[in-house]
Write a protein that binds this ligand. Structure first.
Ligand code: NAP
Length: 277
């Protein structure tokens, strides 16, 4: 499954839809010098510029206090030029991540990490949904993967990927099983999956023996190894799966594209073009 090509299509759509909506700005907040985070933020800025969204870069030093970070978020909440606010995770250990995410105005919560967005998703109401699971659903739809009634197994239960992915799949009428580190006999569960979503962060945890022949396998994992960037899915799975997302070039580019679409959603809420829940 070609996430790179599909993401380019989504970005083109966003660019087209952004034009009549007037100025749109995405503020990114990065605290500290984590090199992977810096790369992600840079890619998000590039993608913004490509579609006509203005990126506002806030890069703060590692030792920034929680109070100073909360003050910045409050300023961004009040700034009419800022349509969406993205706080790049992880934050340094001395800052309470939950407190910062809760401080983002829900109407600017383009990452979908605010409890009010998560609650709306749980209720099945339209809202901001984290971009990675949105990208997973977009890939499944683009490849006409039948979701209704499909047994879908999601490995991982984080609030960023696993849980929201499971909720979106449930809304699409899939039968959903969520696995995690305490799941007994993971392979016995995953072998039942018509659709398998791996969001663990362990290279090669999903082997060919764990996949039902012909299943659709979505690899969300990003693992930096001596061999380079790899997913959670062992390369041997390509022999068994019906459809498979590569790493890189699968879910990663979709995440950025769907973040842009979420920023359009924020603009529509703020312009009164969509009712804000
Ligand atoms: P996370 O918060 O660390 O969650 C990992 C999940 O995997 C947890 O629920 C954990 O279970 C489960 N797990 C760990 N070991 C397991 C095992 N042996 N068997 C079954 N489940 C196990 O990570 P995350 O933020 O969800 O991210 C997951 C992966 O996706 C990472 O590699 C991350 O880099 C990648 N990611 C990619 C994108 C993208 O754009 N492509 C975006 C976000 C994240 P417990 O809950 O029991 O601990």
């Amino acid at each position: 499954m070609d996430g790179k090509a599909l993401a380019a299509r989504v970005r083109a759509e966003v660019a087209e839809e952004a034009r009549p909506l007037g100025p749109i700005g995405l503020a990114t907040v990065l605290v500290g010098g984590d090199p992977a985070s810096a790369i992600y933020v840079r890619r998000k800025h590039e993608a913004c510029r490509e579609v006509g969204i203005e990126p506002f870069d806030h890069h703060l030093p590692e030792e920034t206090s929680e109070a100073d970070l909360l003050a910045l978020v409050a300023r961004l909440n009040a700034d009419p030029a800022v349509t969406g606010i993205l706080v790049q995770l992880p934050l340094p250990a001395h800052i309470d991540e939950g407190r910062v995410l809760r401080a983002v105005a829900p109407i600017k919560d383009v990452d979908g990490f605010h409890p009010s967005s998560a609650g709306q998703l749980y209720l099945g109401e339209p809202t901001f949904v984290p971009a990675t699971p949105l990208g997973v659903l977009e890939l499944l739809r683009a490849y006409d993967v039948e979701l209704a009634g499909a047994h879908t197994v999601v490995i991982g239960r984080s609030a960023i990927v696993g849980k929201p992915a499971a909720h979106l799949l449930l809304q699409a009428n899939a039968t959903v099983t969520i696995c995690h580190s305490r799941t007994r006999d993971l392979g016995a569960v995953t072998r039942q999956a018509d659709i398998l979503v791996a969001a663990v962060g362990r290279a090669g945890i999903v082997t060919a023996a764990m996949v039902k022949p012909g299943a659709t396998v979505i690899d969300v994992g990003i693992n930096r190894t001596a061999a380079g960037l790899v997913g959670d899915v062992d390369p041997g799975v390509v022999e068994v799966a019906g459809l498979l997302t590569p790493v890189p070039g699968g879910v990663g580019p979709m995440t950025i594209a769907l973040l842009l679409r979420n920023t359009l959603r924020a603009r529509r809420y703020q312009a009164g073009l969509l009712p804000f829940p």
